[in-house]
Design a protein around this ligand. Structure first.
Ligand code: GAP
Length: 440
């Protein structure tokens, strides 16, 4: 049973470092605040999360296409979208201890919650990172690192709609980096200044917005459950009117019960026709859709499920973490959904002799040739090797033992149940593939 430590977050942070999921950025120089690097296991896990999202949003659907827009965009994009004037957080500093806070995260603004000192007045702080395009660093060369991937979709709305001959309702999806100069980053990879988003803008006839808003709320909640998040750790929270972003008519968050409390995983917003209209006005090029049936133009409404790849990855990690038993018997397991597990199978010759390593090497090669990410390990006692794979979240261990040499069968051990059964070595790829696809 899950024996979750009270300081679960620090346990997970140290497991992530030890096993190569996530390292602090520039660690040898003391680290860079809120920046993280994904190691060999982490990069596989995060890729699998992004692939699972892409499959469910683009590959498996007839009404959504993909886009990969550039991070740097014309500065006028951010003027029109309202980010230049409105994408701000309220900031206060403590005059005494110099701590910095988001004013909307404090219960009262009378004194510093750390030292009791006096706080400055609230100032608005724009979250966009600035840089310069070209060699001259002046106002006219200023460009911004995008704070959301969505704007790349809006400005390409007609390009994509016309090239792919789409008719609302349809969606455009994008996965990519975004940057925000957050005042209070923290909680490991939960709030960082550089992160990856998985966003989809779904364009609908204006009078269908309520239907599609409800539809996407349910779809997106279910997606996390399909990939293994426990239902009791998820909830939907509808925003109050005063919480809504400047562009939204309605917004609901999918929240996850992180060790540091219920927090947003993803937002589903009704952005109305705000963005398409603003870009049409600012650019002088209408982004209205021409409807053949009514022989007229209209601006579609937009329902936007906007998720974070890093936050989703962190939630899958936390939810998968489990410790079975106690003391020396304790077993740490990451119970990832097989599609998300960084490594699918470990190939383990029982001993380093009698032809077992050679046999194991052939099996390993066969798995890799069939695009099943696998790992070969012939060091340490078999129990220790199983434990290492449990901690990496590997769903299957394949052991080559004495019996293999006589009847060409191997043992497959399942991570979650620890059940073991024998399979002909010629059928390993077939059996593991079926199990990974959920068809076994
Ligand atoms: N286009 C809408 C939009 O960007 P958002 O709620 O600001 O909406 C969407 O961001 C998602 O992006 C969030 O739910 C979260 O998962 C992720 N995200 C936002 N800011 C983040 C940050 N500083 N660090 C990590 N992920 C972040």
């Amino acid at each position: 049973m899950a024996a979750k430590a009270p300081d679960l977050m620090s346990t997970i942070v140290s497991l992530c470092k030890r096993r190569g999921f996530i390292f602090q950025s520039s660690e040898i120089y003391g680290g860079l605040n809120s920046c993280w690097d994904y190691g060999p296991l982490g990069v596989e896990l995060k890729r699998n999360v992004k692939d699972a999202w892409w499959r469910s949003m683009v590959t498996n659907r007839r009404d959504i296409v993909g886009l990969d827009a550039s991070i740097l965009m014309h500065p006028k994009v951010w003027e029109a979208s309202g980010h230049l004037s409105g994408f701000t957080d309220p900031l206060v500093d403590c005059k005494q201890c110099k701590s910095r806070f988001r004013a909307d995260h404090l219960e009262n603004l009378d004194k510093c919650p750390s030292c009791g000192g006096e706080l400055t007045d609230v100032r608005k702080f724009n979250l966009m990172f600035k840089t310069f395009m070209g060699p001259v660093e002046d106002q006219s060369a200023t460009v911004f690192m995008r704070p959301e991937t969505a704007q790349g979709i809006f400005v390409n709305f007609l390009n994509v709609q016309q090239a792919a001959r789409l008719k609302p309702p349809f969606g455009i999806a994008q996965v990519g980096k975004s940057f925000r100069n957050e005042i209070t980053p923290g909680n490991f990879t939960y709030r960082t200044r550089e992160f990856e988003q998985m966003e989809m803008e779904f364009f609908v006839p204006p009078d269908n917005d309520a239907y599609w808003y409800d539809y996407w709320k349910e779809q997106r909640r279910s997606w996390y459950i399909e990939y293994g998040i426990k239902e009791e750790n998820l909830r939907m929270r509808e925003h109050a009117t005063d919480e809504l972003a400047h562009y939204a008519k309605g917004c609901a968050d999918v929240e996850y019960k992180f060790p540091f409390g219920w927090s947003e995983l993803e937002g589903i917003a009704n952005r109305t026709d705000f963005d398409l209209k603003k870009h049409s006005e600012a650019s002088g090029k209408s982004l209205a859709y021409f409807d053949n049936e009514s022989n007229s133009h209209y601006f579609p409404y937009v329902i936007e499920p906007a998720a974070g790849a890093d936050r989703a990855t962190l939630a899958f990690l936390v939810d998968a973490y489990d410790v079975e038993g106690e003391g020396k018997e304790a077993r740490t397991v990451l119970r990832f959904h097989p599609s998300l597990a960084p490594i699918k199978a470990a190939v383990l010759p029982l001993v380093k002799k009698d032809g077992m390593p050679e046999k194991a090497e052939n099996i390993y090669r066969d798995l890799l040739d069939n695009s099943i990410k696998s790992f070969f390990d012939q060091t340490a006692a078999i129990g220790r090797r199983y434990a290492r794979q449990d901690e990496a979240g590997t769903p299957f261990c394949i052991t080559i033992d004495t019996q293999t040499l006589s009847d060409d069968t191997v043992t497959i051990r399942e991570r979650d149940s620890r059940e073991q059964y024998r399979v002909a070595s010629t059928r390993i790829v077939e059996v593991i593939s079926k199990k990974l696809s959920g068809k076994a």
